[in-house]
Design a protein around this ligand. Structure first.
Ligand code: ATP
Length: 359
């Protein structure tokens, strides 16, 4: 378990004070993978580095397992090497002059264990990442994905309390990234280690996380399961940052449980507000994912427009439809109209149109 409470970190530069983390609190349950996700500069790396002990917070507390590693008020700061954490970085920091075995065993240097035990632990770690057969190979003679697995073996060889991942896949090419994220997810579940993962890649976060924390300007803006955050984001920032979405502005006209009638430029459209936050008259957005729009006019809500352009993308037709002032981006069925200028009616059900307050 990892618990972060009211964490703060500011940096003094020549001209200003940068509040990199501004009161961040979250918990990672044993065995779970929590991802810190957000745009560049939102504070996710600094948060991870504070947990790792590579950065001294200016406020707050951090507990790893049953050890309080940071308590700024009480002057507690446990150095990185005594926190028993494994780290996997963006650059794998693999030693080119060593074999795969030596690269992993190196992480045990300085431990008071016998050579035989070190060998056993190293081989166990290599087996976990399915590289035992490559133990004697020079490290540079491995593919990018294999090098990444060496980095993971090195992070787990010392039996850490938790694993911290800092954008570990960002140096890989697109195809390998997708393969490795599945692999990482499988490994993390197999090892069962409590993990924090930092990325700015929303697709990666959706694929590998038990929970996602969305950060912006040093603060947490949302915390939830990947499916929940994707389907029912709580604010327009998350809706736009995770996946793509269409935002239709309007004002609440009626509220009936979770269903909300919204006055828009296209008439009254019905959406869903699971949080039951909005009231009559509130200014809101209706957020509709491209894949939830259809061109068959079957849904409760309908918007008329003209096809701007369409691309046949195999599994779907990617289309942009001009509806009054708005351009709606849609993933339509393969039989959707494709001729620019053609009139088109987009429809969607109330349960895929998430009502979000306009801040
Ligand atoms: P990225 O994805 O680009 O790494 P991030 O979300 O991880 O971004 P951080 O690296 O945590 O963001 O940085 C948060 C803020 O703190 C940024 O405004 C950054 O410029 C600032 N910052 C980070 N480290 C320092 C430092 N050593 N000195 C001054 N400012 C810093």
């Amino acid at each position: 378990m990892i618990r972060v409470e009211n964490l703060r970190k500011s940096f003094e530069t020549k001209s200003e004070t940068v509040h990199a983390i501004d009161g961040v609190s979250f918990e990672v349950a044993a065995g779970e993978m929590v991802t810190l996700l957000g745009p560049s500069g939102c504070g996710k790396t600094t948060t991870l580095r504070c947990v790792a002990g590579l950065e001294r917070p200016t406020g707050g507390r951090i507990v790893v397992g049953d050890q309080a590693v940071v308590n700024v008020e009480k002057g507690v700061f446990v150095p990185a090497h005594l926190r028993h954490l494994g780290m996997v970085f963006q650059s794998y920091a693999i030693w080119p002059h060593m074999t795969v075995f030596e690269n992993v065993a190196y992480a045990l240097e300085g431990r008071k264990i016998s050579k035989a035990d070190a060998r056993k632990l190293t081989m166990e770690a290599l087996e976990t990442v399915q590289l035992a057969g490559h133990a004697d190979r020079p490290a540079p003679r491995l593919s990018g994905g294999q090098q990444q697995r060496v980095a993971i073996a090195r992070a787990i060889v010392g039996k850490p309390q938790a694993l911290l991942f800092d954008e570990p896949l960002s140096n890989l090419d697109a195809k390998l990234r997708v393969e490795m994220r599945t692999e990482l997810r499988r490994l993390q579940k197999q090892i069962g280690l409590t993990s924090i993962y930092v990325t700015h890649d929303q697709a990666e976060a959706l694929a590998i996380s038990d929970w996602i924390i969305v950060m912006k300007d040093g603060k947490i803006v949302e915390y939830g399961r990947p499916t929940q955050i994707y389907r029912y984001p709580a604010n327009a920032f998350t809706a736009q940052f995770i996946g793509s979405t269409n935002l239709i502005p309007g004002a609440v006209r009626s509220v009936d449980g979770e269903h909300v009638g919204v006055d828009t430029a296209y008439g009254v459209l019905v959406g869903i507000d699971k949080t039951k936050r909005v009231r009559n008259g509130d200014k809101v957005w209706l957020s509709i994912r491209p894949e939830d729009l259809a061109s068959d006019a079957a849904g409760v809500n309908r918007i008329d427009g003209h096809l701007d352009f369409a691309i046949f993308a195999g599994a779907a037709v990617e289309a942009e439809v001009a509806c009054g002032d708005l351009k709606m981006f849609c993933l339509l069925g393969r039989d959707a109209p494709m001729t620019p200028g053609e009139p088109i009616s987009l429809s969607f059900g109330p349960d895929v149109a998430v009502v979000l307050p306009q801040d």
